[in-house]
Structure formats: C-alpha cells, structure tokens
Write a protein that binds this ligand. Structure first.
Ligand SMILES: NC(=O)c1ccc[n+]([C@@H]2O[C@H](COP(=O)([O-])OP(=O)(O)OC[C@H]3O[C@@H](n4cnc5c(N)ncnc54)[C@H](OP(=O)(O)O)[C@@H]3O)[C@@H](O)[C@H]2O)c1
Length: 258
C-alpha cells in the first residue's frame, strides 16, 4: 500500500450520509464506499435511495438505505439506530449533507420558506450532528463533516435565509469542534461553491447562472468529483489533526468581489 492509500483509506470504517438521495450526498456516499467504507445512505425519497444502493452494490460496494427526514426530530434517532443495525457496528463518519435551497430576494422571502430552510439546513443539520456526536463520544472516536456553502462565508444576493443558515452551520462547526476534540471527535465543514446538481438548477431557472459563472475565477461550475479530495481528507486519517476548519471547494469564488 502506498502512503497515499494508507492515509486516505476508509477500509474498516463506517459512514452515514444524510441527503444521499441525489447530488452531493449521493455522489459522496459512493466516494466514501470506493475508499473502503461501509455506508448508510439517508434521505426522504426512499425510491431514489434504493436505486442508488442497488447501483453501489452492483459495483461491489457496501451500502444500505434508511429513511430520514431531518425536520422530524424523532426520525433522526430512528434513522441512526437503523443504520447501526444494518452496519452491525457504530458509525465512524457522518457526512451531514441534507439541505434545501431557496433563491429569492430578501424583501420577497416568505415566512414558510424561511422556516423550511432553517429547519432543514440549520436545525436539522444540528440535530443530526448531535445524534452522531452522542454515539461517537461513547467510543471517543469519530469524524463529522458538515456541508455548508460559500454563501455561509460571504454574502450572496438572493440567498438571505439559505446563507444565514449556512453561516450558522459554520459557526456550529467551530463550537462542536471545540467541545468535542477532547472526546476524540473531529468536526469540519466543506463550503462548496456552485456545484452542478438538481439544487443548482434553481440558479439556472432564476436566470442567474451565467452571471455567477463569469465571476468564478476558474470560469466553470464545480463537478461532483471536485469535492472528493477535500471530503476524503476530512473523513480519513489523513486529516487526523484537522478539526474546526472549513474547506472551500469553489474554483476561487471566495477570492472575488460579488
Ligand atoms: N449544489 C451546490 O452548488 C451546493 C453548494 C453549496 C452547498 N450545497 C449543499 O450541499 C448539500 C446537497 O445539495 P445538492 O446540491 O446535492 O442538492 P440536492 O441534489 O437537492 O440534494 C439535497 C439532498 O438533501 C436531502 N434533503 C432535503 N431535505 C431533507 C430532509 N428534510 N430530510 C432529509 N434529507 C433531506 C434531499 O433528499 P430527499 O428530498 O430525498 O429528502 C437530497 O438528498 C446541501 O446541504 C446544499 O445546501 C450545495
């Protein structure tokens, strides 16, 4: 085994991926499994999860699905218990990825949509991370990756509630890292820029995509695979002394003025 394979291998590890029925979570579940982890995929759309798990199993990967709605507090411990049962082991890695996007000017954002964004992207992510950390703390070992966004780092128009929730998630990442380091748990965040997924189509629909692309120094939207390096770093022993950080994966977007 080369030094790279040793450092980044997830052989013998288990992972729980929330928001795994499409986009970044679906892709990352496969990435973690290809690195050797046994992976549980969680989200609301069970048909999508089942298809993904089947495709992963056909590839020889170890994958299972559990139903999860992060806005329903009883759903979170139930999903976690179900995952541990399927894995027949505790979870080592949480990829905390469930989220919804809401593209609308600040003055037009409606209370119901704002609520949904905060309930999913901040409170939901908080409760999933808390559930994970409770179990990881018992074993004094674990890695949590919160999927935030560049819009949580810097102001972006049309994303008031989304950006505020992601900023909250980034701050939560720091506090969790501080409190949980002594319990052997590392907590970090990814801040993707604009990655081509179903969610991202909303920027196309709002007529904003071309303007955004022109301002990205690399002049392209990210591909799902562009996230793999940072994810594997944070999930594996290669990142064993890294906690409380946020890694932007954004083609240089945060370097520019809006
Ligand atoms: N794409 C980008 O440019 C970008 C940039 C920065 C950050 N992000 C973040 O990356 C994450 C994934 O986004 P994506 O682009 O991959 O979008 P996506 O394809 O729409 O995926 C969103 C995932 O979240 C799940 N989800 C939504 N509400 C949920 C709930 N209440 N309970 C459980 N799961 C829920 C969805 O599954 P179900 O509908 O089946 O429940 C889906 O699997 C999000 O947190 C997003 O904010 C994306």
């Amino acid at each position: 085994m080369t030094i790279q394979e040793q450092l980044f291998s997830l052989a013998g590890k288990t992972a729980f991926v929330s928001g795994a029925s499409s986009g970044i979570g679906q892709h990352t579940a496969r990435t973690l499994a290809r690195a050797g982890a046994r992976v549980v995929l969680a989200a609301r759309r069970e048909d999508k999860l089942r298809q993904t798990v089947q495709a992963m199993q056909d590839e020889g990967l170890s994958a299972w699905a559990v139903s999860l709605d992060v806005t329903q507090s009883t759903s979170i411990p139930a999903a976690w218990q179900a995952a541990q049962k399927l894995l027949d082991a505790p979870v080592d890695i949480l990829f905390n990825c469930a989220g919804v996007l809401y593209v609308e000017r600040f003055l037009s954002q409606g209370a119901e949509d704002i609520q949904k964004v905060f309930d999913t992207n901040l409170k939901g992510a908080f409760l999933v991370a808390q559930e994970a950390a409770k179990h990881m703390a018992e074993r004094r070992s674990g890695a949590i990756i919160n999927v935030a966004s560049t819009s949580g780092v810097r102001a972006a128009g049309h994303l008031a509630s989304y950006g505020a929730a992601k900023a909250g998630l980034l701050h939560l990442t720091s506090i969790m890292a501080l409190e949980l380091a002594s319990k052997g748990i590392r907590v970090n965040a990814l801040a993707p820029g604009n990655i081509a997924t179903d969610m991202h189509d909303q920027f196309e629909n709002a007529g904003l995509a071309d303007r955004i692309r022109e301002r990205i120094p690399q002049r392209r939207f990210g591909e799902l695979e562009d996230l793999d390096g940072a994810t594997l770093l944070l999930a594996s022993d290669a990142g064993r002394y890294i906690t409380g950080t946020v890694i932007p994966v954004d083609g240089g977007q945060l370097l520019t003025w809006m």
